[in-house]
Write a protein that binds this ligand. Sequence first.
Ligand code: ADP
Ligand code: MG
Length: 559
Amino acid sequence: MVKKEFKAESKRLLEMMVNSIYSQKEIFLRELISNSSDAIDKMYYKALTDDSISFEKDNYYIKVSADKENRILTITDTGIGMTKEDLENNLGIIAKSGSLTFKKENEAKDGHDIIGQFGVGFYSAFMVADKVTVVSRAVGSNEAYKWESEGAEGYTIEPVEKDSVGTEITLKIKENTEEETFDEYLEEYRLRGIIKKYSDFIRYPIKMDVTTSKPKEGSETEFEEFQEEQIINSMVPIWRKNKNELTTEDYENFYTEKHYGYDKPLTHLHLNVDGAVRYNAILFIPENIPFDYYSKEYEKGLELYSNGVLIMNKCSDLLPDYFSFVKGMVDSEDLSLNISREILQHDRQLKLIAKNIKNKIKSQLQNLLKDEREKYEKFYNSFGRQLKFGVYNDFGANKEDLKDLLMFYSSKEKKLVTLDEYVSRMPEDQKYIYYASGESNERIEKLPQTEIVGEKGYEILYFTDDIDEFAIKMLMNYKEKEFKSVSSGDLGIDEEDTQTQKDNEQSENRELLEYMKNILSSKVKDVRISKRLKTHPVCLSTDGEVTIEMEKILSAMPE
Ligand code: ADP
Ligand code: MG
C-alpha cells in the first residue's frame, strides 16, 4: 500500500493546527458533527431528485461513542458517504487556500481559532487525535474504503467491508502530556456538554450511549449502572424557537456554528413573520468587515431553507447589494422544494420575502442609530461605504431608504453626523449643505476653500471616500436643502456688499489677471479676484457640477 502525501498547503495547515495552541480544542467535535449533518442533508437532497432513494427521517442519525480504555472516539453517520475519489479529493487537500493566507496575516492576533472560522473542519480532528481513520461507503456503491492518517506525514486508502452507506470516523485520542490532557474527550459528560453547546440545533438526532443507573431488582438501596442510548441534541432549529427563550449567547453560537464570520455579530434580527408570506429568519450584521468582503470571491446571500431543509447556500436574491454584508438564513414553508433553482429566483414568494427582509434590516439600522449610537458608528465605519454605493446606484427607492442612514464627518462636531442632524442645526440664513472633498479630514481642514464657509459659522461635511460626492449628487438635496461643494464658484454666501469692490479690483488688476491666465491657459478657464480667501493666497474653484475631486476620480477610472 502506497502512502500518499498531503498537498503542500494541507501539510502546512496540519502542522500549524497541531502545533498551535488553540483556545478551544473542543470544537473538533462540532466540525465532525457538522460534516455528518451536511452528509445527511446531501442524502435528503438526493432523495428528492432520485426515486430509487427513499428518505425515512428515522433512519438518519449521527452517533458519538467513546471507548475510554482504548482511547477511541467514534463519530458515525448514515449520510451520503464518500467514494474513493471523494476521500482523496475532500480529505487530501484543502480547497480554501484563503484561510491559510488569512492565518498568516493574522498570526499575531491571539486566541483566535482559525478552524472554527473557516470550516477546514475535518483537519481539526488532529488537534486531539494522533491517528484518524475514516471508513466510508457512498450511496449507490457496494464498495467501501478506509482512509487513514497519522497527521502531516500523509494518508493511506484501502478497500474495506462496510454493510451500510455512511461514514465512520475513528479518532485515536492523544495521550496526556505534561501541558495538556486529552482524557476529557473520552468522558461522557464532557462530550455531552460539547454537543449541547455547539450542535444542539442540528436537525438529525445525535445519539450517545449514556450511563444511567436504576435500582437493582429486588433492592431499594442498591443501584446498578447500565448503558442507554439517548438523543443529546434538542433538534429544534433556533429559528423556530421563541425569541424570549434565547439569549445573545445562543445567537452568537449559531453565528459561529454556521461560519457566518470569525467575529461576533454586532447585532441580530430574529424574524417570525406570519402574514401574506410566512417565514422565519435570523439575520446578523457582522462587527467586522469579512476578510474577503472586497474581493471577487465574496458572495452576498442568505441561506435558504424550505421547511427546515436547506435548499440554497447563498440565495443572493434575498439581499440588495447595499446590504450585502448581512449574514443569516431564511426558512419558509411557502417555498416549494421541488422547483428548480432557476425558477425559484423568480418566485413571487421569494420576492415578497426579500422586500420584507430589506425593510426589516433598514429599520433595525435606524433603531441602532437612534438607540445605540456607538454601535451604529462601528457598523457605519465598516459598511457605510456600502450604503453610499446604494444611494449612488439608485434605480428606484434606494436613496429614500438609505439617506437617513448616511453619516459624514462634521467640521463642527469633529465626529460623524447624520444629514438630519446637520440640517436641524443650520442657521436660518444658511442656504446650502456644505461639503468639502479631500483625501483625509486633516487635508480638508487645510483647504483654503473651507475658510469662508467656516468663518460664516456654517458646518462643513468632510467627504473622504471616493463615493461620497457621487452619492450626494444622486441625492441632490436633503430636506429641500441642496448640497454645495465649498469649492464651487457660487457659494451662496451673502457677498453683496463686497461685490462692487470686487468688480473694481477685478478691472484694476486686469492686466495681471490676463497675464496669469495666459500662462495657465491650458489649465484654468479664468483667473479672478476672490473675496473668499482669508489666510491662503490662492485657491481653485469650479463652476459646473463636477468638482475637482470628482474629476480626479473620474480620470483615474479605467476607460
Ligand atoms: P467543509 O465541511 O467546510 O467542506 P471539511 O474539512 O469539514 O470542510 O470537510 C471536507 C469535505 O469532506 C466535506 O466538504 C465533505 O465533502 C467531506 N466530508 C467530511 N466529512 C464527511 C462525512 N461525514 N460524510 C461525507 N462527506 C464528508
Ligand atoms: Mg465541515
